[in-house]
Design a protein around this ligand. Sequence first.
Ligand SMILES: *Cc1c(COP(=O)(O)O)cnc(C)c1O
Length: 303
Amino acid sequence: MGIESKSIWMDGKLVPYEDAKIHVLSHTLHYGLGVFEGIRSYPQANGRGGVFKLDEHLRRLLDSAKMCRMDVPWTHAQLKEAVVQTLRENDMPDCYIRPIIFFGAGKMGLGARDNPVHCAIAVWDWGKYLGDEGIRNGIRVQTSTFTRHHVNSNLQRAKVIGHYVNSVLARYEAVENGYDEAIMLDGAGYVAEGTGENLFACRDGVVKTPPVVNILGGITRRTVIDVLKHDGIQVHEMHFGRDALYVADEVFLSGTAAEITPVREVDRRAVGVPGPLTRRVQDVYNRGVHGEVDWLRPFITNW
Ligand SMILES: *Cc1c(COP(=O)(O)O)cnc(C)c1O
């Protein structure tokens, strides 16, 4: 398993994997202003692929670009067609999809405004982001010493390339300390999210998750809330401290890459084996993305 594929879509055409190159003076490489998405295709009952919530992801991609003042020369419909074309060309029903929009070369400096806007779409085979063992039995997490971006220091709702320095540093730290993932607190000390996943905590059958104020508004997060509400479970979108995690009955992370990953330990406090709510959400999500849940089926783009 690697990140290689047959072709990558770049600015309107499919190019061989080896030829999908950019100039070293690309503006985004130097300053990090650019946006991306993480999407997944799953094998469906007919053996072909289906992309889960493609429209929602493309909408967020274009929203992210708008917030960053990037004029994207492609429409939602064109990008959708490009994703489908890339999937067909590579023939990978089960894969991760990475659209990225970035500024190319031309001018340097923070004030450069008219560099060309490029768009690429790559696909690759990506198994369980936080490990097979993690998704089955839960991962161990640590509160990070790195603070999540202050609500006014960045555009938290956007999936901006440069934001991820904060996440990568937190992830390195957690892994070097022997944990699987970091939990990041915001500037006020409230629980925000994982480095690339949203977070849910359950106690006595009631679920809490931080509001979309200073976190990335995850599409998986939204799906989890819908699944829980569908089951009649109360979900509170509210701020809470790390102590709420220490006494939770269940904690889990959600994201397109991580899917639904249970947490079994937070800062050396056992949260326990993945509990019934986590198992239930995992089950509906896993069946849903494969087209096996009626009310989630309209969210699948078959290709
Ligand atoms: C992408 C991402 C998520 C998860 O979002 P999904 O839409 O569920 O994939 C959560 N937090 C951060 C910081 C992310 O970048």
